[in-house]
Design a protein around this ligand. Structure first.
Ligand SMILES: N[C@@H](CCC(=O)N[C@@H](CS)C(=O)NCC(=O)O)C(=O)O
Length: 198
């Protein structure tokens, strides 16, 4: 398995996920500012937009951090990092898996860009309702599925950590302590150590 990756990007989520799953993989560094580096045939096949992260696993190739985390969880960690398809938690799991790319990321862009909120028209609602929804989701903690840590926490936790890094998090002890719990996970720490080593 090859992970196309670049330090200090959204690819860190995929590294964290692979470390949680405990499977063997090779990291291939793609310099996202260098066209030459992006010309790797495997990378181009896996990532139609030329973005990291992207993954090659035998005949299967895909890009996008949420798609990769879901793929790894279902294929290699079903029952541990992903509720199986007929599990009662599966619906909640899928909701939170897609909350990061579908709601948190656009809401962050709204906040950073100072866009006018249009909760009814924008698919992500607006920044403030995203925060309230996340707090409600975490109220039964410690994880989004209660006692069960899952790939959804990799997606949402990494995005909340980015938000904290960019000073976008409002005063929220619930989200703050959730980010602390995510950052304390041994798999997260291993992933972080790789970022600074490269
Ligand atoms: N939705 C994608 C976004 C990936 C993305 O935007 N990656 C950035 C780095 S954080 C990138 O590869 N940028 C280089 C480019 O677009 O050329 C995901 O979550 O994986």
């Amino acid at each position: 398995m090859r992970l196309f990756w670049c330090p200090r990007t959204r690819a860190s989520r995929a590294v964290w996920m692979l470390e949680e799953a405990g499977i063997d993989y090779e990291r291939v560094c793609i310099d996202i500012r260098d066209a030459e580096s992006k010309s790797d045939a495997g990378f181009r096949a896996a990532s139609p937009m030329g973005k990291v992260p992207a993954l090659e696993d035998g005949d299967i190739a895909l890009a996008d951090s949420a798609a990769i985390c879901l793929y790894i969880a279902d294929r290699y960690a079903s029952g541990s990092l992903a509720p199986p398809v007929d599990d009662a938690d599966r619906g909640r799991f899928l909701y939170w898996m897609f909350f990061s790319p579908g709601t948190m990321e656009p809401a962050m862009a709204e906040k950073i860009g100072g866009w006018t909120s249009r909760r009814g028209q924008h698919g992500w609602g607006d920044f403030d309702s995203m925060i309230v929804t996340l707090e409600e989701g975490l109220s039964q903690g410690p994880w989004l599925l209660g006692q069960r840590f899952s790939a959804a926490d990799v997606m949402v936790g990494s995005t909340a950590a980015f938000m904290r890094m960019f000073d976008l998090l409002p005063d929220s002890p619930l989200i703050d302590s959730y980010v602390d719990r995510c950052l304390a996970r041994p798999a997260y720490q291993r992933a972080q150590a790789m970022e600074s080593a490269d």
